[in-house]
Structure formats: C-alpha cells, structure tokens
Design a protein around this ligand. Structure first.
Ligand code: BF8
Ligand code: SF4
Length: 633
C-alpha cells in the first residue's frame, strides 16, 4: 500500500499506465538503502573520508581522524537541526525583507494588514506602542532583523515566547541562542573536522540551534500574520476533487506566502481575463505548506501534500504549478514536461532544471504574479479538448485555528478568562491532554497511515489534537477537520468539550475534531497555546499533559522542530527511526538522558497503535505528576 488516500492511489495507477516515474518508483530503485547512512555512522565531513563505523564491531570503530560513532552520529544529527533552522529562519528573514521594502515604499504589494497582531507583537517585545502602525512596524522589523546577528544576550524572539522557568533552564544549560545566524554558523563550525567531538556537548549545541529555529519559525508566523492577516476559522475543501476541468487550475506549492499571497490577490483581479479565454474562472489550489498558508488565510482548497506532490500534474487539468521553496521535489520538472503543464519557479535561490523561472522580486511582485497567471491562461487554452482525469474525491475542511481564533472561540464560553474552559477540561479529564500532530509524509510509510491511526486512537480516548504542516493536510484530505468527524471518532469527554465550545461560539455545532493550526512554521502557534496554559497554571511546559508527534517525518526542518519541542519540555514521538541508532550513547541521551535536563525527550516507535499508546502513557505520566485523575489505555 502506497497511500491511504484513494485519490492518490488512483493517480499512482495513472502514472504506472503512462510510464511516469514517481517518488515510490525511485524509493524502490534505491533499495537496499545504505545501512551505514540509516544508522548515522557515515561521515563525509572531510576529504580523508568518507568514513564509516562498523555497527557490529567487526570493522573500523573510528574514522580516519579518530572520530567514533558517537561523535559522527551526533555531528550528523546536529547538522540536520542546523539546516532546518536555516530553512525556517530564512523564510522569516525573507518576510522581514518584504515588509521592510513595503514600508519604505519600494514594494507596494506588502505592508501592515493586521494592526492588532502588530500591536500585540510590539507589546510582547516591550516596544512603545504609542506610534502609528508603520512606525511601530519599523521598530518591530529592527528587532526582527537584529535576531539574525549575534546579540548581547539571549534573543527576545525566543525568550518572550517561553515560560520564565524554561528560559532559566535553558540559560543554565548554556542553550539560549544569542542570534539565529551566528548559532547556525557556530554549529557548522563545531561539526567541522577536529572541532567538537563530545556527543553530549554537540547535542546541547543542537538544542541551542533548535531554540533558534523556534524563534525563526515564530518570527515567520508573526510577520506573515501582520502582512497577510491572522487566520480565522474558514470552511473549504481538500483533495484532488477540488480541481475543476472548466477553470484555470493553478497550484501554489512550497512554504513562503510572500509570493503566493500576492498571487491570490492578483488571480482574483484576473477573473475576467480567464473568462475571456473561455474558462469559468481561476481555481487556486494549495500544495504542502504554501497551501496551508493560503488555506488558513483565504480558504484556498488544498489538493495534496508532500510525497504525492507529483500527482496533480497527472490529472492533465493543471494549468500551472507555481513553487517557491522547501520540500519541492526536483522531479516535478520531468512530470510537468510530460503533462504539458508549466512548472514555474519563483525564487532566485531555488531553481529547478527544466522549469520556467520567473524570479519574483518583492518590488514587482504584482507584475510578476500577473505574468505567472498569464502563463496559466495560455496553458489552459492549449489543453482545451484534451482529456482530463480528476479523481473525484474531496472532503470538507474547517481550518484557520490560530491561537487568536482558539482564544476567541473559548471566550464565547468564558469571556473574562478564555483559557479557563480548556484548563478545566484538562483538569477534570474530559480532555486527557493535548497532542500536536506535525510534520511530513515520508515515502517509507504508507501515506497518512500513521497520522490517521494515531489520531483515531487518541481522540477516542479524549485527547485534543492540533495539527500543522502535511499532517494537517493528511487530516484535511480524510475528512477529519470537520465537526461531523467529532460524532464519528471523538470520545465522550472530547466530544462534549468540542460541542460546548463550538455551540457557544455560534458555529451551530462542535468545533472540528482536529484543529488545523497552519503550516510548519506555525508550530509556533501550538507553542504559544502550551506556554499560555503553562503560565496560567504557574508551571512549566514539561509538567503539562502535552506532547507532539511527527509520525511520518522526513525533512531536516522536522528534526529541528522535534528538537525544539523537546527543548521546551515536551515528549516528542517520531514514527520514522532517525539516523542515530549507530550510537547507543546518542540514542539513549535522546530518548532518556535528556529528560533529566529538559523534561522533554524522544519516543521512537514505528507501529502507529503502539505509538498512540506510548503518547497516551506520556500524557498520563504528566497527569499523575500534577495529581490529576489518570486513565488506563
Ligand atoms: O514545512 S510537513 S514535507 S511541506 S517539512 Fe515539507 Fe514536511 Fe510537508 Fe511544510 Ni513541514
Ligand atoms: Fe572521516 Fe573524520 Fe573526515 Fe569524517 S571528519 S570524513 S570521520 S576523517
């Protein structure tokens, strides 16, 4: 089984019939994958290598320089965290530059859209709020850009979003970053040949870098909300059936809303041009996290996620796939060529051979967006009369649960103290705990299988689930982001709470079974919710019955997120084994030793039912610690 999604399976068969290679074929062609790489004991950090350590003790136990398995595994893991941090914070910096150009009049597509969010952020950063929005935004940007360089002390973008206790704990461990890019640089330095060889010290460096990743991710969320609006509940649809043969179908893929949000505005202005070429209109569609960004803010339906990103092209009904960066498979170019669909890259730093490149500079974002839509209009005209094959599967989706939206819904129950109903429910046991289901699909796992199984097991046991990234996409495509799913899957306690809040908030029924909080940088929203609850209870996050799971993770970004969730004190489940088993010392530190230092730790389990049980037990351990009523699995 390749996917749990029937629409995906339908198009995998189309690919087979047409001899189009997909990610599943390439995984098969890579078998057997390198066992040394899987264990993390391969090092290519200098030209005396590559070196590899024998996992069975029957071959070399040290690389040419003398690095052992523990050093090599730790270095490799820490480099993954560093790359993830670079990606998330690069995304944030890009937004900061766009806003900066917008405020200085150079890039009219960008400015302050959500002044309430801006003022809330300014207050969090301790800025004088008695200013115009633009002046305040300039001050915020000054602090934002300063986060990238080495500062005098810990970064405010990290310390202002954690509990005080957590800031202290990390400071004691020397794990509070003073800036994002100096931390990235330091970790690249430390993992160079002949620098840091101590696995414990390396992992602490990785934790520091993960905290920088959290700060960068948080900044990305903050700035995107200010520039494009803070999400509010929105009803839309997901899966390939949202494509419309008679419309100009444009897929938006990647991560950064800096291009896609402008495309949404421009496409709405170009409806008439679409009608002039005989289409019923323009149908924007989301893929991966760019898809999540435009879904959360504009209700743009999502078509597919992560490993199935090649397949929408095979419908023959896509008129352009527009990509920015991150998680965009280079294979798209070949499939797009095969299907006659333009693949358009938009970032000068992320080109793909075989794609059409339209570099979108912020100064001319709207003009470039028009150029892109025009290419799609031409492609639409070329495909008229050709057969299309759109799998008719789609599900309703209720999304848009920023923390602001969650608090607003809870305020309908208790206006004076919005968090109280949530906390009361956790205390009474109506809600056993809160779990963030995050991260990717990984082609090594049948798509969505772990996400679906774990969620079903947990919601039946009254666990509240938040979702982001491709995980949220999985739930969207399977109809689990709906109020209707509450009746089908939720345990009695969870059902009562979701219904009470939904009805009080005027939704005429429950909140959706799972709350979609946004893209992967928006894991920062889940952090905010956990920290707000912790602060209200006067404890740190490492005492709360909260956990995170990345049951089908693949990217370095996901490793960085998992590490910062541990740094904040959460148990973090991984459903794919990370490449660390080559060092018993590193493995035991990550799954046990680190718990004494941070309260958070990794749980590695590939069976989804057993994973759910382990996550549930972790919540129960926390409940017991708080002397709350506990429950057996
Ligand atoms: O940032 S979940 S496959 S798309 S890395 Fe990528 Fe993973 Fe999807 Fe979003 Ni997140
Ligand atoms: Fe080999 Fe050491 Fe060079 Fe790595 S850094 S490739 S272990 S010699």
């Amino acid at each position: 089984m390749k996917s749990k999604d029937p629409a995906v399976n339908r198009l995998i068969n189309v690919a087979l019939d047409r001899g189009v290679e997909t990610v599943w074929d390439r995984l098969a062609a890579q078998q057997p994958q390198c066992g040394f790489g899987e264990l993390g004991v391969c090092c290519r950090n200098c030209a005396q290598g590559p070196c590899r350590i024998s996992p069975f003790g029957d071959g070399p136990q040290r690389g040419v320089c003398g690095a052992d398995a523990h050093t090599i595994v730790a270095r490799n893991l820490v480099r993954a965290i560093t790359a993830g941090c670079a990606a998330h914070s690069g995304h944030a910096k890009h937004l900061a530059h766009a806003l900066h150009k917008g405020l200085s009049g150079k890039a009219p597509a960008y400015g302050v859209k959500d002044e309430v969010k801006l003022r809330a952020l300014a207050a969090r950063l301790g800025l004088d709020a008695e200013k115009t929005a633009d002046a305040l935004a300039r001050d915020v940007l000054g602090i934002a850009l300063a986060q990238f360089a080495e500062g005098e002390g810990p970064m405010p973008w990290a310390t202002t979003v954690m509990t005080e206790g957590r800031t202290q704990r990390l400071a004691e461990l020397g794990a509070l970053p003073t800036g994002i890019e100096n931390t990235i640089a330091e970790m690249m330095h430390r993992t160079h040949l002949g620098v840091d060889a101590d696995p414990v010290n390396l992992l602490l460096g990785g934790i520091t870098c993960s905290v920088a990743d959290m700060a960068g991710s948080h900044m990305a969320t903050d700035l995107a909300d200010i520039m494009f609006g803070t999400p509010e509940p929105v009803v839309t649809e997901a899966n390939l059936g949202v494509m419309n043969e008679n419309m100009v179908n444009i897929a938006l893929h990647g991560h950064n809303p800096v291009v896609s949000d402008v495309l949404v505005q421009v496409a709405r202005e170009m409806e008439d041009q679409a009608k002039e070429v005989g289409a019923e209109g323009i149908n924007l569609l989301g893929v991966c996290c760019t898809g999540n960004e435009v879904l959360m803010r504009h209700g743009i339906p999502s078509i597919t996620h992560s490993i199935s990103q090649e397949l929408p092209l095979l419908t023959g009904a896509l008129d352009a796939m527009v990509v920015d960066y991150q998680c965009v498979y280079p294979s798209l170019a070949g499939v797009a060529q095969c299907c006659g669909t333009p693949l358009i890259t938009t970032m000068d730093m992320a080109k793909i051979p075989g794609a059409t490149h339209i570099g979108v500079r912020e100064e001319e974002a709207r003009e470039k967006a028009r150029e892109i839509v025009n290419l799609a209009l031409e492609a639409y005209q070329r495909r008229l009369g050709r057969p299309v094959n759109i799998p008719q599967y789609k599900e309703k989706v209720v999304a848009g649960f920023s923390v602001e939206a969650v608090v607003q819904a809870l305020a309908a129950v208790n206006a004076d103290d919005p968090l109280k109903p949530l906390i009361d429910s956790i205390v009474s046991g109506s809600i056993q705990g809160v779990v963030l289901m995050a991260g990717c699909n990984n082609v090594k796992v049948p798509q969505d299988h772990n996400f679906l199984t774990i969620a079903r097991e947990l919601v039946a046991r009254d666990v509240l689930i938040l979702a982001t990234g491709c995980g949220a996409g999985a739930y969207a495509r399977h109809g689990m982001l709906t109020p209707e799913a509450v009746g089908e899957f939720a345990g009695p306690g969870l059902k009562a709470v979701l219904t009470a809040v939904g009805e009080a908030a005027g939704l005429g029924g429950p909140l959706p079974l799972i709350l979609h909080m946004g893209s992967c940088v928006d894991n920062s929203r889940a952090v905010d919710l956990a920290v707000a609850v912790a602060n209200k209870l006067g404890v740190d996050v490492d005492k709360l019955p909260v956990a995170a799971s990345a049951p089908e993770f693949k990217t370095e970004k996901a490793v960085a997120i998992g590490a910062y969730a541990v740094a904040l004190g959460m148990p973090v489940h991984l459903g794919v084994v990370p490449p660390v088993l080559g060092s018993a010392q590193v493995t035991s530190l990550l799954t046990a030793g680190i718990k004494n230092l941070l309260g958070g730790y990794f749980i590695v389990e590939t069976d989804p039912v057993e994973s759910a049980r382990l996550i549930f037990e972790a919540l129960q351990e926390r409940r017991q610690g708080l002397e709350l009523p506990t429950r057996a699995w």
